[in-house]
Design a protein around this ligand. Structure first.
Ligand SMILES: Cc1ncc(COP(=O)(O)O)c(C=O)c1O
Length: 418
């Protein structure tokens, strides 16, 4: 890894970084290490590997953590983790068998009974469920704030719950799924710093799934962690479920510790598939964003569309525009829009599409469309849905790599049926 000059771009390194062909019979590509366990050269070596893995002693400066057992480490997992650090310029990465396992492992590691978790709304429905229905069973209470809230509004929410001194971490999804609402990461950093003490640091976690790893780097903007559902852009082909969490060596080390005992790490086959996907991440995402801009332009002027949530259309005078410019270098490939009418009209549209597939998930090569209110966000409190804009007529579209004119043709013909 150290042979490369520091200034090479991630897309140039994605085919080779972290892989040593000489350790795999010269194979150009990293093989799938489909093995549950690894042989030690000697009992002494096995002892040394375990001492480091279980934190019984610190690694010597040039000592590599030896391969032990695929729940702890595996070449496909480790090389993938090294490659994923490149886009976000992170010290360390932990990969999981799903985005939800990355999120839940992080929350369980850094929250304790009696803590509050401050979170932005909307968040992905699964995250919302875990924060509002599972964590309270362990004595951890949620404080939600609407994406787009000011610093004063978020602080007022914390004050109202008398939670100062008891906040464990601040969790935000930005851009938010499904409305593209933005949360100011610098503001969360300021709030976290004002609540932190030496004994109880308050961490900032950003789920960057909706934008993907290319055009925003939350760690550089003040977050302690960035989370991905790697099922989305990183995997990108709707054929694998996975998740990733990135941050400092120390904090990701703690997450990997809990992952070892929960046993929710990604397996070698998942690791291999994601490495393959990473090679084309930039090319795919750029093509998707270009298509999304054309689809958004078409929808903007359509008489049957009453509202469109697309980052490229934020009014320059709106407070969200300043956040957009500071945090993102592209509008991405996710859109949501409201169809004139309600659920019946939205469903008619969804049922009439021919090329675009009606399925949840996002960030894939094929365009996917779904109805957040009754699908991905079905479980969100109805009152919250109203406030955060998840309405009966809202449809979410993840734009793929197809021909943009074909996508527009499909959307047009389906809208004509409404
Ligand atoms: C923003 C966001 N975060 C997390 C997740 C959960 O990821 P996974 O489905 O890979 O567990 C999703 C899934 O849709 C998501 O959209």
């Amino acid at each position: 890894m150290s042979d490369y000059p520091k200034d090479l771009h991630p897309e140039s390194l994605m085919m080779s970084y972290g892989y040593k062909p000489e350790l795999s019979e010269g194979a150009l590509k990293c093989p799938i290490f489909q093995t549950s366990t690894f042989t030690f050269k000697s009992a002494e070596e096995g002892k040394a590997f375990f001492e480091v893995a279980y934190g019984l002693r610190v690694k010597e400066p040039n000592e590599e953590l030896g391969l032990i057992y695929s729940r702890l480490n595996n070449p496909d997992l480790e090389i993938l983790e090294n490659r994923l650090t490149l886009w976000d310029k992170a010290e360390e990465c932990a990969v999981f068998e799903s985005g939800m396992s990355a999120i839940t492992t992080l929350l369980l590691e850094f929250l304790n009974p009696g803590d509050y978790v401050v979170y932005s709304a909307p968040v992905y429905g699964g995250t919302d469920h875990f924060i509002n229905h599972i964590l309270p069973r362990f004595g951890i209470k949620p404080i939600g704030f609407r994406a787009g809230s000011t610093k004063e509004e978020i602080e007022a929410r914390i004050e109202k719950e008398k939670a100062a001194g008891k906040v464990g971490l601040i969790y935000a999804e930005t851009p938010a799924n499904p409305t593209n609402a933005l949360v100011d990461i610098a503001v969360l950093r300021e709030i976290a710093d004002s609540l932190s003490t030496d004994e109880k640091p308050v961490y900032v976690v950003i789920d960057n799934t909706y934008m993907g790893p290319l055009w925003s780097h939350p760690l550089e903007l003040g977050a302690d962690f960035v989370i991905y559902s790697a099922t989305k852009y990183i995997g990108g082909h709707s054929d694998v479920i996975a998740g990733a969490c990135l941050g400092s060596k120390e904090l990701i080390g703690r997450i990997k510790g809990l992952r070892t005992f929960l046993g929710n790490m990604a397996g070698p086959w998942t690791g291999w598939l994601l490495m393959r996907s990473l090679e084309t991440l930039k090319t795919r995402m750029e093509a998707q964003a270009i298509n999304a801009a054309q689809v958004a332009d078409f929808l903007r002027n359509h008489p049957k569309i009453t509202k469109i949530h697309y980052l490229g259309f934020i009014d320059k005078e709106h407070p969200q525009y300043d956040i957009y410019k500071r945090q993102y270098s592209c509008a991405g490939a996710m859109l949501a829009f409201e169809i004139k009418g309600g659920e019946a009209e939205a469903f008619k549209f969804l049922n009439s599409l021919k090329l675009i597939k009606l399925a949840v998930s996002l960030g894939s090569t094929e365009s996917l469309v779904q109805h957040p209110k009754t699908m991905t966000h079905a479980d969100v409190d109805p009152a919250d849905k109203e406030v955060i804009g998840i309405t009966d007529s809202l449809v979410r579209l993840s734009v793929g790599v197809e021909n943009a004119q074909d996508l527009i043709w499909d959307i047009d013909q389906a809208l004509n049926k409404v």
